[in-house]
Design a binder for this molecule. Structure first.
Ligand SMILES: [Zn+2]
Length: 289
C-alpha cells in the first residue's frame, strides 16, 4: 500500500466494475489475492462458497470493494439450490449470505438454472425448490445463461423465474463463453438479451470447451467485437473475468486480461492502472515467482 501515492485516488461506483473470481489458488490465500487486486485498483470481485471457510481473513479485505456471490453449481460443488437432498447445505448457505451480505459488500447473487438433470449421475431436483430457496435471500439474484440451455430455453426459464420471484429476480448474468461453446454467436446473443443483462462473465474458450482461458491465449471468443458492442450499448454493469491461468506464475495473464477490458471500457482507469502496475512491479514479480 505504501507504494501507492495519494494522488492516484480510486472511486468505485463511478466506473464500470471489473474484477475476478477470487478463491484459494495454489498457495495463495484469497485474502492475499484480494489485497493484491485492490492495490492494482480492482474494485469488484466475485466469491463463491469456498470463501466461507476463509471469511474471517477475507472480510477485512472486502472493505470498499463491491462483490458478487456465485451460488454452488453441480459441476464444481456436486449440488445446486434445486437439489432436493441438499436442503441442509442450502439452508446454511442462505443463512451465511443473509448474515454477512453487508460486510461482504454483496451487490448481487448469481444463480444458474437447475443443472441437476445434466449431471453424470442425475440428482433429484425441482425448479420450484430453486425459486423457493432464492426467495429467502435478501439480495437481488441474476440468472446466468448456461451451455445446456438454448437461448430460447434460457429466456423461457428467465420468464418463469421472474413470475416466481418478482423483483428479487433482477436480471441476467451474461456469460459470453457459455454461448460461444454451445455454437451461438455471443455478440448476437448480447444484443438479443440486452434488455435484461445486468452483469457479465467473460473468459476465452476453444472449440466446445469452456476452458476459462485468459484473453490473447489462442481462444475463439470475438472479444473485440463483443467489447465494442458492450461499449456502444452503454453497458455499465459489473464484469467478472472468470479465467483460470493454465499454470502458476501466470499472474500476468490475469493482469493482461484485466487491462484489455479496462482499455476498451474505462480508458481513464486504464491509465491509472498502468501507473499502478509500474509501482507494483516488485510485488508482481514476487507473486509470480
Ligand atoms: Zn456460472
Amino acid at each position: 500500500m505504501v507504494l501507492i501515492s495519494k494522488g492516484i485516488s480510486f472511486q468505485a461506483g463511478r466506473h464500470v466494475l471489473i474484477g475476478f473470481t477470487v478463491e484459494r489458488y495454489e498457495n495463495w490465500h484469497p485474502a492475499d489475492i484480494t489485497s493484491a487486486m485492490k492495490k492494482l485498483g480492482v474494485n469488484f470481485i466475485e466469491l463463491n462458497r469456498r470463501v466461507f471457510a476463509e471469511l474471517p481473513a477475507v472480510l477485512p479485505q472486502l472493505k470498499g470493494m463491491h462483490t458478487a456471490f456465485h451460488l454452488p453449481i453441480v459441476d464444481d460443488d456436486g449440488w445446486d439450490f434445486s437439489c432436493i437432498a441438499y436442503q441442509a447445505q442450502i439452508d446454511e448457505t442462505i443463512a451465511i449470505l443473509n448474515r454477512h451480505h453487508r460486510d461482504m459488500g454483496l451487490q448481487h447473487i448469481i444463480s444458474h438454472p437447475s443443472e441437476a438433470k445434466f449431471a453424470s449421475k442425475p440428482i433429484d431436483s425441482s425448479e420450484e425448490m430453486l425459486f423457493a430457496a432464492l426467495s429467502r435471500l435478501q439480495i437481488p439474484v441474476f440468472f446466468e445463461n448456461i451451455a445446456n440451455y438454448s437461448p430460447q430455453e434460457f429466456r423461457a426459464f428467465y420468464e418463469r423465474a421472474k413470475a416466481s420471484l418478482g423483483d428479487r429476480c433482477a436480471g441476467m448474468c451474461y456469460d459470453a463463453a457459455h454461448f460461444q461453446v454451445s455454437g451461438y454467436d455471443p455478440v448476437e446473443q448480447f444484443h438479443a438479451f440486452r434488455d435484461i443483462i445486468r452483469c457479465a462473465h467473460l473468459s476465452d474458450c476453444r472449440g466446445d470447451e469452456d476452458a476459462h482461458l485468459p484473453f490473447g491465449a489462442g481462444g475463439d471468443l470475438p472479444l473485440g467485437q463483443l467489447l465494442q458492442a458492450m461499449q456502444k450499448s452503454g453497458y455499465s454493469g459489473p464484469i467478472t473475468l472468470e479465467i483460470r491461468p493454465p499454470s502458476s506464475g501466470e499472474l500476468r495473464a490475469y493482469i493482461r486480461s484485466y487491462m484489455t477490458l479496462l482499455r476498451q471500457l474505462d480508458p481513464a482507469r486504464y491509465h491509472q492502472a498502468r501507473l499502478r502496475l509500474v509501482l507494483l512491479r516488485p510485488l508482481l514479480s514476487y507473486l509470480s515467482r
